[in-house]
Design a protein around this ligand. Structure first.
Ligand SMILES: Nc1ncnc2c1ncn2[C@@H]1O[C@H](COP(=O)(O)OP(=O)(O)OP(=O)(O)O)[C@@H](O)[C@H]1O
Length: 309
């Protein structure tokens, strides 16, 4: 069955076996995912693995070609897209950015900007904002109508490491105060917001899922970034040992090819280091240790930054 029907459980959104096909190719398929009020779900995966497509499917921007997508009736969505189509040659104030695609009262704009700590920038031109200020403005735009669910597609892009920590703290505090659900797409394959309840790794379909491992135990991490970073970011340690073909099928280690992963397929939480992330359709056999958290943080994530401006 395909379609979008109301949801009966306490979930805000629930995808079951959901997939999107374009031009005879599955962009992503077999996705099972749900977000409950107050829950933070983080999607990770290589470039082109279907993270944005999955998020758009969850909020109804794209309709699933297979499986089911259910949303709570009347669900209010706040969305920070990965890219924004705005004509940046035109002057645009932060205040105006918030109300470009939604009707907002002045008091709602003020409250949203205040909540993200940039009330003083209401009249500033968007072009002049720093990377962190710009992401806060996008966040303000997304929370202005007090959504039930926030969908944040790479909300820390263009932001330096300390800014990233501050933004993740802000996102966590927004969740704490409003108890909205959050579906977050991370630009980093290994390091996710520590407040994340569930990490889902995509590579054309769901490869594995789990809770992020705490990094606070890693002495190197503490030495490099201090306790604040350790409390905000966590390494997601996982390993895949099968290969995803461009058409969405899976090549297993024994040479067999199937449409989907086997239920207990190669998601070993191994602890040796064999970092081999390719583009999609490449062998997917990465293994990470907590001790490697600092280097994965220091080096820039693998080309996943898309600057919105
Ligand atoms: N409308 C479309 N028509 C055809 N192919 C598409 C369309 N939208 C996305 N794709 C393709 O679907 C795949 C998944 O794209 P998606 O943007 O969801 O990946 P992603 O994991 O978010 O990637 P990134 O980390 O690079 O942002 C990509 O190969 C992309 O080229």
């Amino acid at each position: 069955m395909t379609g979008s029907t109301p949801i009966s459980s306490s979930h805000l959104v629930r995808l079951e076996g959901a997939g999107i096909q374009r031009n005879g190719r599955w962009l992503v398929r077999g996705v099972d995912l749900s977000v409950a009020p107050g829950e933070i779900v983080t999607l990770i995966g290589p470039n082109g693995s279907g993270k944005s497509t999955t998020a758009k499917m969850a909020i109804g921007v794209l309709s699933a070609n297979e499986g089911t997508v259910k949303r709570k009736p009347g669900l209010k969505v706040g969305y920070v897209p990965q890219k924004l189509s705005v004509d940046w040659t035109m002057p645009l104030t932060v205040r105006r950015l918030l109300s470009l695609t939604q009707r907002l009262k002045a008091s709602e704009i003020e409250a949203a900007l205040d909540a993200v700590g940039i009330a003083h920038l209401a009249g500033a031109e968007v072009q002049h904002l720093s990377g962190g200020e710009f992401q806060r403005a996008l966040l303000a735009r997304a929370i202005a109508r007090q959504p039930d669910i926030l969908v944040l597609d790479e909300p820390v892009q263009g932001v330096d490491f300390s800014g990233e920590i501050a933004l993740y703290e802000l996102i966590t505090s927004i969740r704490d105060k409003s108890q909205c659900g959050i579906l977050l797409i991370s630009h980093d394959l290994h390091v996710v917001m520590a407040a994340t309840d569930t990490v889902i790794c995509l590579n054309g379909h769901v490869c594995c899922r789990g809770t992020p491992a705490a990094v606070s135990r890693s002495p190197e991490y503490m030495r490099l970034f201090g306790g604040k970073a350790a409390g905000t970011l966590a390494v997601y340690s996982h390993d895949h040992d099968h290969t995803h073909l461009p058409d969405g099928r899976v090549l297993h280690a024994d040479g067999s090819v199937t449409d989907h992963c086997h239920p207990d397929d190669g998601h070993h939480h191994a602890h040796d280091h064999d970092n081999d992330h390719g583009a999609h359709a490449s062998h997917h056999g990465h293994r990470h240790e907590h001790e490697h958290a600092p280097s994965s943080l220091k080096t820039s994530p693998e080309g996943t930054h898309h600057h919105v401006r």
